[in-house]
Design a protein around this ligand. Sequence first.
Ligand SMILES: Cc1cc2nc3c(=O)[nH]c(=O)nc-3n(C[C@H](O)[C@H](O)[C@H](O)COP(=O)(O)O)c2cc1C
Length: 184
Amino acid sequence: MARTAIAPTGVEKTFHPDQIIVSKTDRQGRLTYVNDLFVEISGYPEAELIGKPHNVIRHPDMPRSVFWLLWDRIAAGQEIFAYVVNLSADGSHYWVLAHVTPTFDATGSIVGYHSNRRTADATALAAVTALYQRLATEERRHANAREAVEAGCRLLEQELAEAGASYDEYVWSLNNATVTGAAA
Ligand SMILES: Cc1cc2nc3c(=O)[nH]c(=O)nc-3n(C[C@H](O)[C@H](O)[C@H](O)COP(=O)(O)O)c2cc1C
């Protein structure tokens, strides 16, 4: 990555539940479109974002295994809902519940990807943060990136199997629990 690493400040940013942070990418994950809210919350000028890999807003706390799962899904032509914490240019962070989908051309080939992000509920995030910390800790035990991803994916699979849920079911159980007020 050719950019200078930004040190997270621990300051959290939020946005309104009615707002959506939108980005579109090419097949390689390079940004082709960002909406005004993306520009505002990321803290980068639009001209600096377009053409950059989407990891320009990657937060170091995000487990590699979650992005592996995201790419595995969307490259196979499927959608995914995922909790993601992103890093702004000023070192602050913001949590989102992202809905990432492939975009197809008339022949059915994937031509890019699209992400719509909404706010994530605090109760859901308490559970997600704890899970992601366990995954990131497991991944950091491995110096080799590939081994780190594999170890993170194994732990994620194990935790989901114990919970009897797929990742999507897990995501929605958290979301619904907070929407309906049911216990998480
Ligand atoms: C449509 C789309 C949206 C994405 N949104 C994000 C995002 O909000 N934050 C993020 O860190 N990565 C996002 N990614 C994943 C990045 O492409 C990348 O896999 C991730 O930042 C990990 O980067 P790394 O492999 O360099 O560690 C998105 C990818 C696509 C295709």
